[in-house]
Design a binder for this molecule. Structure first.
Ligand SMILES: C[S@@+](CC[C@H](N)C(=O)[O-])C[C@H]1O[C@@H](n2cnc3c(N)ncnc32)[C@H](O)[C@@H]1O
Length: 274
């Protein structure tokens, strides 16, 4: 894992940071007030990132300062709030792809949760979303983002949205095969890593960092097969606009925007009400 250490400069947050360091099996760098004997060895020089726990939350930081800014999971910040309020409602491609309409709010199983941005949009539109994520660092960022937003929000609308999002810290196949009692998801959503770079420099840097952290999702074709066998109504795959289809499987239809395309594999017609 390209993660060298956890850093925490707050005495109050240190116990939480220590638990995090134990879970991820990386050292915690001393907080002010720590004794000399608790100073830990220098972080590994082969790593690219460290995690920092501060009052505002958990963030992924590059070891080389200029690489990119902090990456964190933020459901109450300006970007998420703007998307929630002015994102375009059911007219957005992601809503059409999933099949959301006035009375149809499918239960979505997002098998590639990442930082939960797409899941948040779907939950904002009224869907119950189960987020499955396999990367331990991404799981921690996501867990922190959800818990923090829930703990500080006095915004009832936001709290209702967050209550629709359930995180499962597992690999997708383990989740699907290891839980015979899970209800069949109406729609399965997939957004695996794709090697193509995006246009904006900021996004590019963030994407690059994310890719270094989780790697390319080489098993994405297999994930599509799994999803097609598990979903009730649809499987939706998010791809860069010009990318080939996942597994070269032809979707029933696609929705293309400026940079993104949604490939929709329709298994059954969605009902008017769900
Ligand atoms: C491109 S990111 C998803 C971004 C996400 N849609 C968002 O809006 O933030 C892909 C994520 O899927 C996760 N992933 C890929 N294959 C997975 C699998 N088989 N099981 C669980 N997570 C997986 C990766 O670890 C990575 O965090």
């Amino acid at each position: 894992m390209p993660l060298s250490h956890i850093r925490c400069d707050s005495v109050e947050l240190k116990p939480m940071a220590q638990r995090l360091a134990d879970r991820l099996s990386v050292p915690l760098l001393r907080a002010p007030g720590a004794t000399q004997s608790s100073i830990l060895p220098c972080p590994s020089t082969t790593a690219d990132y460290f995690l920092e726990l501060v009052d505002e939350g958990l963030r992924l930081m590059p070891l080389i300062g200029t690489l990119h800014g902090a990456i964190r999971c933020d459901f109450e910040g300006t970007v998420a709030t703007h998307r929630r309020k002015y994102g375009g409602g059911n007219g957005q491609d992601i809503a059409k792809a999933v099949g959301i309409s006035g009375k149809c709010k499918p239960h979505v199983l997002d098998l590639t949760a990442g930082l939960g941005r797409d899941a948040f949009v779907l939950a904002t539109l009224g869907c119950q979303v189960t987020l499955v994520e396999r990367n331990p660092v991404v799981q921690e960022l996501l867990k922190d983002g959800l818990a923090r937003a829930l703990s500080i929000t006095d915004n009832r609308e936001l709290a209702t949205i967050l209550a629709r999002m359930d995180l499962v810290a597992l690999e997708a196949q383990c989740y699907l095969n290891g839980n015979p009692n899970i209800p069949q998801p109406d729609v399965i959503y997939l957004d695996p890593m794709y090697p193509e770079s995006r246009k904006s420099a900021k996004v590019k840097k963030e994407m690059q960092a994310f890719k270094t952290l989780v790697g390319d999702d080489h098993d994405a074709d297999h994930l599509l097969d799994l999803a097609l066998g598990a979903a009730r109504f649809r499987v939706v795959v998010k791809r860069p606009r010009k990318a080939p289809q996942l597994g070269n499987a032809m979707p029933h239809f696609s929705l293309s925007g400026k940079s993104t395309r949604y490939d929709i594999y329709a298994l059954q017609k969605l009902p008017l009400e769900l």
